[in-house]
Design a binder for this molecule. Structure first.
Ligand SMILES: NC(=O)C1=CN([C@@H]2O[C@H](COP(=O)(O)OP(=O)(O)OC[C@H]3O[C@@H](n4cnc5c(N)ncnc54)[C@H](O)[C@@H]3O)[C@@H](O)[C@H]2O)C=CC1
Ligand SMILES: CC(C)CC(=O)C(=O)O
Ligand SMILES: [Mg+2]
Length: 371
């Protein structure tokens, strides 16, 4: 099969983690005789530096002409530390999500047995964690009006949702729950916010079409705590844009690192695949970032291409690598490996090149003094 993939590295560690995902895709292409054609687009600070715009038109064109987009991350301390900046890298990722109508952001969270002892949470809390967050991605407070008045003394960020925006992602989340353990938590703040009350009313209506799925409501503040004390209770979490953003980073702590989590953003047209994490600028260029979130995002892209066997092979390669103790510094601060080494191991596994008993000492260990 032939597929055209728009590749957007963005900023910080975006390039180095995405390069590992491309290695995995190239290995899959070789094994299954597919052709993946990549075209690069600019987004974020790299795009502002090159064109003055966080999302150049050319990038939108490249994305729209592709079957899917593989994205790294955006963000740069030059903008983070400048509240007066008029143009920001993050405007680029928000704008492309809107432009491509990516309303459904799917963030699976799975714990790895072999890594559980390295998680900051107690073992008994994280065993058998396997849930998925459905985060609404193209509306809510990130897309409302942002403005100041009163000579800059008052700031406003407006949160708006309508029934259609809630219904379309609710259907996606319920359909997924039907194929999983048939439990769906709607996370909101309906005791305070009008938008949350609209979510509850709309999702309750949608739920009538999915009578085999148990619907539960949970307030966001409680959900943030429940994720830590009993994450195993969740199957599908459905929530709005801001709450989903926060809960998915929190979920990184459950698995052991935010760097492990992938995501798929879907809408009516194109699929967009990116790790959950951001630009982690302190690590940029040091070959220490965890590439697994990006590689598993590529696996989600393969599922989107209707290549389930290929996607499974990538997931198996990731599991083998982690279970064999080949991990980056975020997972094990003593024995850790380069980003590129992990990428090489994963693509070698896909290509069937890994011997049964690989000798770890042959693979270069990071020096713990590197940063
Ligand atoms: N989707 C995107 O492009 C996102 C962009 N950002 C932007 O990224 C920049 C940095 O933001 P932060 O809040 O520091 O979030 P971040 O996700 O970049 O990093 C937070 C922390 O998570 C860990 N981490 C993240 N990714 C990792 C990886 N691949 N391997 C190992 N550890 C990893 C690191 O400990 C890091 O300090 C900001 O400019 C922010 O606006 C933040 C979140 C998402
Ligand atoms: C710019 C942010 C909204 C990106 C982010 O944090 C995310 O999508 O997880
Ligand atoms: Mg986020």
């Amino acid at each position: 099969m032939k597929k055209k993939i728009a590749v957007i590295y963005g900023d910080g560690i975006g390039r180095e983690v995405t390069e590992q995902a491309i290695k995995a895709l190239d290995a899959v292409a070789e094994v299954y005789n597919h052709t993946f054609i990549y075209e690069r687009g600019l987004l974020g600070a790299e795009a502002i530096d090159a064109t003055g715009e966080p999302l150049p038109h050319k990038t939108i064109d490249i994305a729209k002409k592709s079957d899917a987009v593989l994205f790294g991350a955006v963000g740069d301390p030059r903008f983070d530390n400048n509240p007066a900046a008029k143009v920001r890298p993050e405007q680029g990722i928000l704008a492309i999500r809107k432009e491509l109508e990516l309303y459904s952001n799917i963030r699976p969270v799975v714990s790895y047995k072999s890594l559980n002892h390295l998680s900051p949470l107690k073992l008994r809390n994280i065993e058998q964690v396997d849930f998925v967050i459905y985060r609404e991605l193209s509306s809510g407070i990130y897309f409302g009006e942002h403005y100041t008045n009163n000579n800059g003394g008052t700031a406003h960020d407006v949160c708006t949702y309508n029934v259609h925006e809630i219904e379309r992602i609710a259907h996606s989340a319920f359909r997924t729950a039907q194929q999983r353990h048939k439990k769906l938590h709607l996370v909101d703040k309906a005791n305070v916010m009008e938008t949350s009350r609209l979510w509850r009313k709309t999702v309750t209506e949608v739920a009538r079409q999915y009578s085999d799925v148990e619907l539960k409501f949970m307030y966001i503040d409680n959900a943030a705590m429940q994720l830590i004390i009993n994450p195993g209770q969740f199957d599908v979490i459905l929530t709005e844009n801001l709450f989903g953003d926060i809960l998915s980073d929190e979920s990184g702590a459950i698995t052991g690192s935010l760097g492990l989590l992938p995501s798929a953003s879907l809408g009516s047209k194109i699929g967009f695949f990116e790790p959950v994490h951001g630009a982690f600028n302190e690590a940029a260029g040091k070959d220490i970032a965890n590439p697994v979130g990006s590689i598993l995002s590529a696996a989600m892209m393969l599922e989107f291409f209707n290549m389930p066997e290929e996607a499974d092979l990538v997931k198996q390669a990731v599991s083998w690598t982690l279970n064999s103790g080949f991990v980056t510094r975020d997972i094990d601060s003593v024995n850790y490996y380069y980003t590129s080494t992990i990428g090489d191991l994963i693509s070698d596994f896909i290509l069937g090149k890994i011997p049964d008993a690989v000798n770890k000492s042959n693979i270069e260990l990071m020096k713990s003094t590197i940063i």
